[in-house]
Ligand binder design. Structure first.
Ligand code: HEM
Length: 347
C-alpha cells in the first residue's frame, strides 16, 4: 500500500514538472509576428546570450548572426533590436508616429523624477514642449522647478559620465591631450577661461569631444520605444505592444563610417584644412521626435568644462599605475570602470 502511495506521489510530481516545463516552454516561444532572433530559454529568455560584460559585444555578435533587425526575449518582455544608423534614422523618420511612446515597464517607472524620458502621450508632449521652451529662453520663474525635476537627473549623469570617458581617453592618449592643450593655449592663452565665443576657433577640442561621445557610447540602446500600432518595416512586423531598442552602439561603432572604430582618433573629424567635418554622423543623441532634449546644453557644458580642465591641468595616471581600462559598465548609462587619475596643475 505504501508503495502504491509513493508511486502516486511520484506520478503527480512528474506530471506537474512536465506540465510546468511545457507551459514555460510554450510561453517562452517567440510570438509568430516578431522578427527572428536567437533561441530563448524558458524563464530566462535570451538573458543567457547577453549576460557577458556591458552587453555591447553579445548584442553585436547576435547582429552578425541574425542581421540588422532581430527580436529577443528579456524575461517577460519581447524586444526588437534595430541596428545601423540608416535603419535607425529611417525608422524614426517614417514610423515615428507609431512608436512615439515609452513602454509601460517597471524599470522606466521606478523613478518618477526621470520624467520626460519615460513619459508617454499628452503628458510627455506637454512636459517636453515646456522644458524645450524653458531651455531655449532660460527663463526663470516658479514653474522652473518642474523642468529641473525633469532634467536634472538625466542632465547631470550624462554630462559627467561623458567627461569621465573623455579624461580616460586623454590619459591613455597623452599626445592627443597635449595637442588639445596647445590649441587652447594658442587661441585662448592662460589669462582667462575658454568661453563659447572660442568654440569655432577650437576645432581640435571639438573633435576630441565628439570622439569621446562616440567611444563613450553612454546610451548604447537609446531609451526603449513602444509600438502603439502595428507596422511593417523592411519586411519585418513590428506588432503593437513590442518594445524597440535602437542600437545607437551599432551606429557609433560602425567600421564603415569610422574605420578602426575602437581607436580614439579625433582626427577622423578634422579635414585637410584643419576644419571640423562629419560630426553629424554621430548619433550619440539619437534622432527623431524623441531626440535628446538636452543636446545643445550638453554640448555647451562639455566644451566649457573640458577645455577649462585641459587648459589648467595635465591628466595622468598615478605613478606606476597602468592607464585606465576602456571597459564599460552598463547601468542607467554606460560608465567607465572606476579609475584613479592625477590632475597636475600646469604652470
Ligand atoms: C553627453 C550628454 C548626453 C547624451 C549622450 C544624451 C543622450 C540621450 C539619448 C541617446 C537619449 C534617448 C533618445 C531616444 O530615446 O531616442 C536622450 C534622451 C533625453 N535626454 Fe539626453 N543626453 C545627454 C545629455 C542630456 C542633458 C544635459 C539633458 C538635460 C538638460 C538631457 C535630457 C534628455 C531628455 C529629457 C531625454 C528624453 C527625451 C524624450 O523622451 O522625449 N540629456 N539623451
Amino acid at each position: 500500500m505504501d508503495i502504491m502511495i509513493q508511486w502516486a506521489y511520484l506520478e503527480l510530481f512528474i506530471f506537474i514538472t512536465v506540465g510546468l516545463y511545457t507551459w514555460l516552454w510554450i510561453r517562452s516561444r517567440r510570438p509568430i509576428s516578431y522578427p527572428p532572433g536567437p533561441t530563448p530559454l524558458p524563464l530566462i529568455g535570451n538573458f543567457y546570450n547577453i549576460s557577458d560584460g556591458d552587453f555591447l559585444k553579445p548584442v553585436r555578435d547576435i547582429r552578425k548572426k541574425h542581421g540588422d533587425i532581430f527580436s529577443m526575449s528579456l524575461g517577460t518582455y519581447w524586444v526588437i533590436v534595430v541596428n545601423g544608423a540608416d535603419n535607425i534614422r529611417e525608422l524614426l523618420n517614417s514610423r515615428g508616429e507609431q512608436m512615439l511612446d515609452r513602454p509601460p515597464i517597471y524599470i522606466l517607472k521606478l523613478n518618477d523624477s526621470y520624467g520626460i524620458p519615460s513619459a508617454s502621450g499628452r503628458l510627455w508632449k506637454e512636459h517636453r514642449t515646456f522644458a524645450l521652451n524653458k531651455l531655449k529662453s532660460f527663463g526663470f520663474d516658479k514653474q522652473l522647478t518642474t523642468v529641473v525635476g525633469d532634467l536634472f537627473p538625466t542632465g547631470t549623469e550624462t554630462t559627467s559620465t561623458t567627461i569621465m570617458w573623455a579624461i580616460l581617453y586623454l590619459i591613455r592618449n597623452k599626445h592627443i591631450q597635449d595637442k588639445m592643450h596647445q590649441e587652447i593655449v594658442d587661441v585662448v592663452g592662460h589669462s582667462r577661461l575658454p568661453n563659447m565665443a572660442d568654440k569655432p576657433h577650437l576645432p581640435y577640442c571639438e573633435a576630441v569631444i565628439i570622439e569621446s561621445l562616440r567611444l563613450g557610447n553612454i546610451v548604447p540602446f537609446a531609451i526603449p520605444y513602444y509600438v502603439t500600432e502595428d507596422f511593417e518595416y523592411k519586411g519585418y512586423m513590428f506588432p503593437k505592444g513590442a518594445i524597440i531598442f535602437l542600437s545607437i552602439d551599432s551606429a557609433l561603432s560602425s567600421e564603415e563610417t569610422f574605420p578602426n572604430s575602437d581607436e580614439f582618433n579625433p582626427d577622423r573629424f578634422i579635414d585637410a584644412d584643419g576644419n571640423l567635418h562629419s560630426q553629424e554622423k554621430i548619433l550619440a543623441f539619437s534622432a527623431g521626435r524623441r531626440v535628446c532634449l538636452g543636446e545643445s546644453l550638453a554640448r555647451m557644458e562639455l566644451f566649457l568644462y573640458l577645455t577649462s580642465m585641459v587648459q589648467r591641468y595635465e591628466f595622468l595616471s598615478p605613478e606606476g599605475q597602468d592607464p585606465p581600462s576602456t571597459k564599460g559598465h552598463l547601468g542607467i548609462t554606460r560608465t567607465p570602470l572606476p579609475y584613479d587619475c592625477r590632475a597636475v596643475l600646469r604652470s
